[in-house]
Design a protein around this ligand. Structure first.
Ligand code: NAD
Ligand code: UD1
Length: 337
């Protein structure tokens, strides 16, 4: 029996493939490579020394999915596939709703027709919206999302809950990620955006000289140094959270939500300083206007994952910065060469 990983060639997916294989699981991957390439999967094979099947397949392609289910015994799905750029989602909402929501509907339909009713889904802390106060707890009412990307995460959470309500044979785990950063210790896999949207890839591209300076989006928030505070989590810790989540989902039915965060908040300037110190590099920055839709604080209450999954993030900010830098230095153009 195998676990199907959708979007497995991507940043979090590729790291999760490594940890699943190292935990002794059999995996099958699908990806349409809209934001990745198969080289990351070849590197997963190199890191683990294990072979596995992967398919170029879009989650909206019903026939393609049927073929994957016909050729493999899939017992559960970890569903990463989706578009994730917040700014782009405001320009192209149709594409985001189609890819993320319509894609998930096709996937879920093919799953149930094949008797596979176990899913771990990549949600986001963005579903807490602007109304809730930190630390965010899973029992909070979800908030108002500020962009179509966030809305797709909220809708998919609700769709999956409805699917369980209609058919109690499903086992669904919704994982709300905080801010994934870092890379595998080998320096072989990492985040490879063509244009960075999030803070850490931008910081490392400034450090490596690809960009002149970092623009810090506002220093007038009600936080200790005025810059936004986030819960950065090492991608390997996040990947290990998926191993725990799939082990939790397999023998059960129901819907369960878990925050995957460290529970610690770090400011933008705090992260820049940590990166400079950890790697002995300079990251010049300028303060610019705040970015629309940003909140002052976002960090998790990480107790539930500890108590129920027995999972806790172990890697500190220094390690996040060191591993990001190793990946960036070894692969200045991502997987391109
Ligand atoms: P990523 O873009 O690196 O990975 C997503 C993968 O899905 C890519 O390889 C892409 O090619 C693939 N994909 C996209 N649409 C597809 C489709 N229709 N069919 C098949 N494959 C498709 O992003 P990531 O950072 O690894 O994120 C993985 C998941 O986690 C996404 O759902 C994302 O929204 C969610 N998430 C990410 C973050 C973050 O900060 N990285 C935070 C919260 C949630
Ligand atoms: C963003 C998304 C969120 C998504 C998450 C993970 C927005 C409004 N929110 O969250 O929906 O789930 O990414 O993909 O885009 N910063 C700078 N300069 C930069 C980049 C970021 O100062 O060049 C600051 C931001 O203002 C923020 C912090 O760094 O305070 C982290 O930003 P980012 O990495 O984009 O993540 P989030 O804003 O938390």
């Amino acid at each position: 029996m195998s676990i199907l990983i959708t979007g497995g060639a991507g940043y979090i997916g590729s790291h999760t493939c490594v940890e699943l294989i190292e935990a002794g699981k059999d995996i099958v991957v699908i990806d349409n490579y809209s934001n990745s390439c198969s080289e990351s999967l070849e590197r997963v094979k190199k890191i683990t020394g294990k072979d596995f099947r992967y398919y170029e397949c879009d989650i909206r392609d019903r026939e393609g999915l049927e073929k994957v289910f016909a050729e493999n015994e899939i017992e559960a799905v970890i569903h990463f596939a989706g578009l994730k750029a917040v700014g782009e989602s405001c320009q192209k909402p149709w594409e985001y709703y189609d890819n993320n929501i319509a894609g998930t509907l096709v996937l879920v339909d093919v799953m149930r027709k094949n008797g596979c009713k176990k899913m771990v889904f990549s949600s986001s802390a963005t579903v807490y919206g602007e109304e809730n106060q930190v630390p965010f707890v899973e029992t909070m009412k979800t908030g108002t999302t500020t962009n179509p990307y966030g809305t797709t995460k909220l809708y998919i959470e609700n769709i999956l809950k409805d699917i369980y309500n209609a058919d109690n044979e499903w086992s669904i785990v919704l994982l709300r990620y905080f801010n994934p950063v870092g890379a595998h210790e080998s320096g072989l896999i990492g985040e490879a955006p063509s244009f960075p949207n999030n803070l850490m890839p931008y910081v490392s591209q400034v450090a490596v000289g690809k960009r002149e300076f970092l623009s810090i989006f506002g220093d007038c928030y009600n936080t200790p140094d005025g810059t936004g505070v986030r819960d950065y989590i090492h991608v390997v810790d996040l990947a290990l959270g998926h191993v725990k989540a799939i082990d939790f989902a397999l023998p059960r039915t129901g819907v369960e939500i878990f925050n995957l965060g460290t529970g610690n908040g770090v400011s933008v300037i705090g992260l820049v300083k940590a990166f400079e110190e950890a790697n002995n590099v300079s990251v010049p920055y300028k303060i610019v206007e705040p970015r629309a839709g940003d909140v002052a604080y976002s960090y998790a209450n990480a107790q539930k994952a500890l108590e129920i999954l027995g999972w806790k993030a172990e890697r500190d900010v220094k390690k996040m910065c060191e591993d990001t830098w190793r990946w960036q230095k070894n692969n200045p153009n991502g997987y391109a060469n």
